[in-house]
Design a protein around this ligand. Structure first.
Ligand SMILES: [Zn+2]
Length: 111
């Protein structure tokens, strides 16, 4: 563990995650350019793979939006605060779920 302040660490982690997602997106987009041969019909595994990649890309785009939101919160100085109770979110929780917006207590209460 480093002694860096949590905000600097969170920003570095989010930016690393963001770079990863962008790389995934790029890869998926280039894979989506090669479409399966629809003349072979629905059973073509290429088509199945293509649709799977499309779903993956949608998920990656959503994750990117969440990361951007977390980064915006960081810049506004409200990152890591629970949106329910306003208390700081546990660092251990943020380490696993870097773009969560509620503390573990409020997350439990929500269920
Ligand atoms: Zn809370």
């Amino acid at each position: 563990m480093t002694n860096e302040d949590p905000i600097t660490e969170a920003r570095a982690r989010l930016q690393a995650e963001r770079a990863e997602v962008l790389q995934d997106l790029e890869q998926l987009t280039s894979r989506l350019e090669t479409k399966g041969d629809y003349e072979l019909g629905e059973g073509d595994p290429m088509i199945y793979q293509w649709e799977f990649n499309l779903a993956l890309r949608e998920r990656a785009q959503q994750k990117l939006a969440e990361i951007d939101e977390a980064l915006a919160q960081l810049n506004m100085g409200i990152y890591g605060l629970c949106e329910r109770c306003g208390k700081p979110i546990e660092p251990e929780r943020l380490a696993v779920l870097s773009h969560t917006t509620v503390c573990s207590q409020c997350a439990q209460r929500r269920r």
